[in-house]
Design a protein around this ligand. Structure first.
Ligand code: PHE
Length: 611
């Protein structure tokens, strides 16, 4: 259940919290947060708008709704946002404060009506444009003035509006009236104005009645056995005017929002299969994003409003034109060219262009670049060797003669050599490289010592499940020089762990076996979720690592036979090597929390966009 901050504090404008989920639906993102300051549409009150900012992205909240016990923030997104991200939420305070005043005014009008006509039964409220409260029953139209006067007495009395969270029993005991259906998905709350009897309410409320400012009863509309009492407040309330300077929006920011609305509308036209009529209503009607924005124009300093107004009209016109174009495509084959006749259609060359969606590098490419940069800083050079290579380099030269059982660990794809293999005993059979260790002897053969190579390439194995794909990437480090020891190996690993995963992450070596290293180790890194303790803050076991350590991959001191195969004298030189999976390493970076490696290669843009 999303924690609803606005229920206890309607004046909190900002909040630091965490993302629970973020999913793309149509052209909007649906974001769920651990707790929220955004008011979800309901109880006749419109939702908040605002921004949700993370280290790597910014979501513009367009609309907020409840779905079961969750608050869904419908947003457009720049950059990325993913579960567990720390976020900073800021609501559009001018909008909130206005909505809040309209809503509190509704409650004040209700108290006035209760006094004048106690038998009326409230049915619902509509606290937005053309605000009203609806009752079962009827009310003579001339009561308008008495209700208005009584409402403004409550406003003038500066009564406190107090909200309290209550149990159902408490609500029934303290409130003389309750609606037929109380919400089941959020905590119950009551509102009392001064000493007046409390009534159930879940919206945002001002602190004292005078913040609402003068109330006008605009109409009393009797229809059948229901009556609606319409009311309005002044747009610039007494306190709101004073806070405007601190929350006002600069013209360029507002124009930015308008252009974004235009892009959204055009995208909608291109993808939606709604009729022209429905689209027009959706994109230009009273509930459209554009209309909602124009209502907020008063946030722009008065001096800039004219400039903003021009853009509003341009955006409207652009959407109109696109809508008409959609009905009668200009590429219609029957259309005769209008050469020589006066042209009536105009094209506004000052209209801002539509930004095409920008892509970015795949998460694996990003990791490869980052790994390369980290090793370059300590003198390693990235090299590349064939990804379809001779068996000699992939196995034999690495101390694994043909038929050696250790080969089974690399579920290798053997491939036919195009043509007939020659006489060279090292060039007989070919494989799709099952690891990047084929680069070791190839690098040694170059004869340039000392060696500090980082070989990053595609690898292939006959495996597919949640943690394996038949094609993946490895990065192979090799350092050969005089007097290279295990201390160097450990030092390089700790340096990499700190640089790639963040400061404080450590590595450990576990004894293992590889034919091409002696001694051999598996390298583990402290888990970023539980800080290497295996236990989370509440005392529960860490689900990712269970023990405080995550496995990175293999390593060891280069076997003398391998050095010999590369033409290096093992009595003079020694070295260490390691080979780790790029995907695995990238996924272990805290925050990624991928639980199925195959997603990386599904090419689902909704997934890839997040990284
Ligand atoms: N090539 C090994 C593997 O794929 C990893 C490794 C590389 C081990 C270098 C030791 C030295 O599992």
């Amino acid at each position: 259940m999303t924690d609803l901050i606005y229920l206890t504090d309607s004046y909190q404008k900002e909040l630091k919290t965490k993302v629970v989920s973020a999913e793309k639906r149509g052209n909007l993102w649906e974001v769920v947060l651990a707790s929220t300051v955004f008011y979800p549409e309901g109880g006749g009150q419109p939702s908040d708008r605002g921004t949700i900012t993370t280290k790597n992205g910014k979501a513009h909240v367009k609309h907020v709704r409840m779905k079961g016990e969750l608050v869904i923030h419908e947003c457009t997104l720049e950059g990325m946002l993913k579960p567990d991200d720390d976020v900073q939420c800021v609501i559009d305070w001018n909008l909130r404060y206005h909505n809040m005043r309209v809503h509190s005014a509704g409650h004040i009008v209700h108290e006035a009506i209760k006094k004048i006509s106690p038998s009326l039964l409230p049915k619902k409220g509509h606290h937005m444009d053309s605000a009203y409260i609806e009752y079962a029953g009827s009310l003579p139209i001339d009561k308008k003035y008495a209700i208005e006067q009584e409402s403004n007495t409550i406003v003038g009395d500066k009564l406190p509006l107090k909200t309290e969270l209550v149990t159902l029993a408490e609500l029934q005991r303290r409130s003389p009236w309750a609606p037929e259906h109380l919400p089941k998905n959020k905590p119950l709350r009551i509102l009392s104005i001064g000493d007046l009897a409390p009534i159930p309410d879940g919206g945002t409320q001002v602190k004292t009645s005078d913040e609402v400012g003068p109330i006008t009863i605009t109409n009393i509309d009797n229809a059948g056995d229901v009556v609606r009492v319409y009311y309005s407040i002044q747009t610039e309330g007494p306190k709101e005017a004073s806070i405007e300077s601190e929350n006002s929006m600069k013209a360029p920011a507002f124009i930015g929002l308008l252009l974004e609305a235009q892009q959204n509308a055009i995208r909608e036209m291109e993808t939606s299969d709604a009729s022209a009529f429905e689209l027009r209503l959706q994109l230009l009607g009273p509930k459209s994003e554009l209309t909602a924005l124009t209502r907020q124009m008063r946030q722009v300093p008065a001096a800039d409003r004219q400039q903003v107004g021009i853009v509003v009209n341009q955006v409207k016109k652009a959407i109109e034109e696109k809508l008409t174009e959609r009905k009668t495509p200009s590429s219609s084959p029957n259309k005769t060219p209008t050469i020589g006749t006066a042209r009536t259609d105009t094209f506004d060359v000052t209209m801002p262009g539509i930004r095409p969606p920008a892509g970015h590098l795949h998460i694996v490419s990003q990791a490869i670049m980052e790994i390369t940069r980290i090793f370059e800083r300590i003198g390693f050079t990235r090299v590349r060797y064939p990804e379809a290579d001779w068996d000699w380099y992939a196995f034999e030269s690495l101390n694994m003669p043909v038929n050696h059982p250790a080969r089974d660990e690399w579920e290798t794809f053997f491939i036919d050599y195009p043509g007939k293999p020659g006489k060279d005993p090292h060039k007989q059979k070919m494989v799709l490289t099952p690891h990047t260790s084929n680069g070791q002897v190839r690098e040694m053969e170059k004869g340039n010592l000392p060696i500090r190579m980082i070989n990053i390439a595609k690898c292939y194995r006959r495996q597919i499940d949640v943690s394996h794909t038949p094609m993946f990437h490895q990065f192979e480090g090799l350092y050969v020089d005089k007097n290279v020891s295990i201390a160097h190996l450990k030092g390089v690993f700790d340096y990499f762990a700190g640089a790639f995963f963040g400061p404080g992450r450590k590595t450990r070596l576990r004894p293992f076996h590889f034919q091409f290293t002696e001694p051999s180790f598996e390298v583990d890194i402290t888990c970023g979720i539980c800080n290497g303790t295996g236990i989370l803050a509440g005392g529960t076991k860490c689900r990712l690592c269970k023990s405080g350590w995550l496995e990175l991959g293999g390593s060891g001191m280069v076997h003398p036979n391998v050095l010999r195969n590369g033409g290096i004298d093992p009595d003079v030189y020694s070295g260490f090597a390691f080979g780790w999976g790029v995907e695995r390493t990238a996924m272990m970076k805290s925050g990624t929390q991928l639980d199925d490696i195959r997603l990386l290669y599904d090419n689902d843009v909704r997934f890839l966009e997040q990284f």
